[in-house]
Design a protein around this ligand. Structure first.
Ligand SMILES: [Fe+2]
Length: 131
């Protein structure tokens, strides 16, 4: 949440018009997730942390996106580890939904960064041809 918010503020130049909304939306989504998990942790008898994770900053858009991809990848890993040890069924389902949401973020950022390779010939397949 903090990293996305910081990136939305540090971004300047023509890219700001396009990417500020993405960073702001991601920060808002992360706040919603933090609130959801904070409430769940209290329900389960724990105390949500007030410690911030490591925040990476940059003024370069590509670096920002790479940092955010790393953050999202670590989120998938952390929620997956939690799911592996969770024996409270409703929380397990919530963790699975969270893993799917974080993986969506990973895939969106990987596409934006051009890290996705299409299978050879995929672009000329009939379903991908222009009508
Ligand atoms: Fe995310």
């Amino acid at each position: 949440m903090v990293q996305y918010n910081q990136h939305s503020m540090l971004l300047t130049g023509p890219d700001k018009e396009v990417f500020e909304e993405l960073f702001t939306k991601q920060a808002e989504e992360a706040l919603t997730h933090a609130k959801t998990w904070g409430e769940k942790i209290v329900y389960l008898g724990g105390v949500p942390t007030v410690e911030l994770g490591e925040i990476h900053q940059s003024t370069d858009l590509t670096e920002m996106l790479e940092m955010d991809l790393e953050l999202e990848t670590r989120a998938v890993e952390a929620y997956s580890l939690a799911r592996d040890v969770c024996d409270h069924v409703p929380t397990a389902y919530l963790l699975e939904d969270q893993i799917i949401a974080e993986q969506d973020d990973v895939e969106r950022l990987a596409k934006i960064l051009g890290q996705v390779r299409l299978a050879r010939g995929a672009a000329s397949a009939p379903s991908a041809q222009a009508v």
